[in-house]
Ligand binder design. Structure first.
Ligand SMILES: [Zn+2]
Length: 218
């Protein structure tokens, strides 16, 4: 089984993705994290991605996306199911998810889209911190109490991603809705789109997703 999960920033798609990957024993393919890893490398590709995502705060171009995506995909055995998080993000990325000889050989079984109102996204994201070593996601006021606290899971320092400031969040949400519209329409027409309200608790959202996956009966 191969799944895709999409949703705006703060929709909880990361949490749901991890739970789904575990439940169905799928490889967790988090494109954002993969790109951030490559961006740390002192190579032409690494520097290009760093400049695009960390300095300009933009999405990588189609060619760069394809290069990183395909390289990562080759590391995963074909018989192993994958859960793709956050991609395809744009219409031009759909190309990389189409079954074709010598290319992508997987069938996407379901595409889960979690929705969340903008105010709710901003409210949730401005409280988000991550740790430097493992990108553990921590909530200010709950998991940590001050910016000087260390990660309660691994002990490394915490910080707020530049992307998680209100100004950046608004811009990113606008881009997200604009970009994903065509992708969502595409999978809706294929009849494999699962639409989820992201407002309830993590557990309720998770239950809703599982129920709707079962209904698609593979
Ligand atoms: Zn940590």
């Amino acid at each position: 089984m191969n799944l895709i999960i999409l949703g705006p920033q703060g929709s909880g798609k990361g949490t749901q993705a991890k739970m789904l990957a575990e439940k169905f024993n799928l490889e967790y393919f988090e494109m954002g994290r993969i790109l951030r890893e490559v961006a740390k490398l002192d190579t032409p590709l690494g520097r290009h991605i760093d400049e695009t995502i960390n300095i300009k705060g933009q999405l990588v171009d189609g060619k760069t996306f394809g290069e990183v995506f395909n390289a990562k995909l080759r590391e995963i055995p074909e018989e192993r199911g994958i859960l793709f998080e956050g991609v395809p993000r744009r219409e031009d990325q759909l190309y990389y998810f189409e079954e074709k000889p010598g290319g992508f050989k997987r069938k996407i079984d379901a595409v889960i889209v979690i929705s969340l109102p903008e105010e709710e996204s901003i409210e949730r994201l401005s409280k988000r911190r991550v740790c430097k070593e493992n990108e553990h996601v921590l909530i200010m006021g709950k998991d940590v109490k001050s910016e000087k606290d260390k990660c309660p899971i691994c002990g490394s320092e915490i910080f707020q991603r530049i992307d998680d400031t209100p100004e950046r969040i608004k811009t990113r949400l606008g881009i997200y809705h604009n970009d994903t519209k065509a992708v969502i329409d595409f999978y809706r027409q294929k009849g494999i789109l699962i639409e989820i309200d992201g407002r309830p608790s993590i557990e309720e959202v998770s239950e809703d997703i599982l129920k709707k996956i079962e209904k698609l009966n593979f």
